[in-house]
Design a protein around this ligand. Structure first.
Ligand SMILES: [Zn+2]
Length: 140
């Protein structure tokens, strides 16, 4: 018997489907509240500050700064073994939201806290996921 190794993937729901559909088009989107202006990510039905349901969707320029990152050497699941070592990073995006994403193998070798990075996309089993695509500027 052969075990099927399937990478766990996000499951879009009513709140997150517009976000994942935009990713599939190569666009990174985020929400902001039309009443109080709060920027939020990941997508939700309500503003996390004022509970307003009138949220706007916006396009990110996909540029951010590395807040922190970790290098994964021991795969949490067998399906990730071939990817190790790989980097998971927290990125503070220019627009004011924080994104967690894996980094490409190339970026993983050079990433540093404070680096300016660009987010791109990678396709995994039909799902388009954001990924830290390139380093724009290293910290001084
Ligand atoms: Zn609000």
């Amino acid at each position: 018997m052969t075990a099927t190794l399937a990478r766990p993937l996000p499951r879009p729901d009513a709140q997150t489907r517009p976000y994942w559909d935009a990713c599939a088009q190569g666009q990174l989107t985020y929400q902001s509240c039309t009443r109080c202006g709060r920027v939020q990510f990941t997508p939700r039905a309500l503003c996390e500050q004022c509970q307003c349901t009138d949220l706007g969707w916006h396009l990110s320029e996909r540029i951010g700064t590395v807040l922190t990152f970790t290098t994964v050497h021991r795969a949490p699941l067998p399906v990730f073994k071939a990817m190790t070592p790989y980097v998971i990073a927290l990125i503070d995006m220019k627009e004011g939201f924080r994104l967690m994403a894996n980094a490409t193998a190339d970026v993983s070798q050079k990433i540093a806290i404070g680096s300016t990075v660009q987010i791109g996309f990678t396709e995994v089993n039909g799902m388009t996921l954001p990924i830290v695509q390139s380093l724009i500027e290293m910290p001084r």
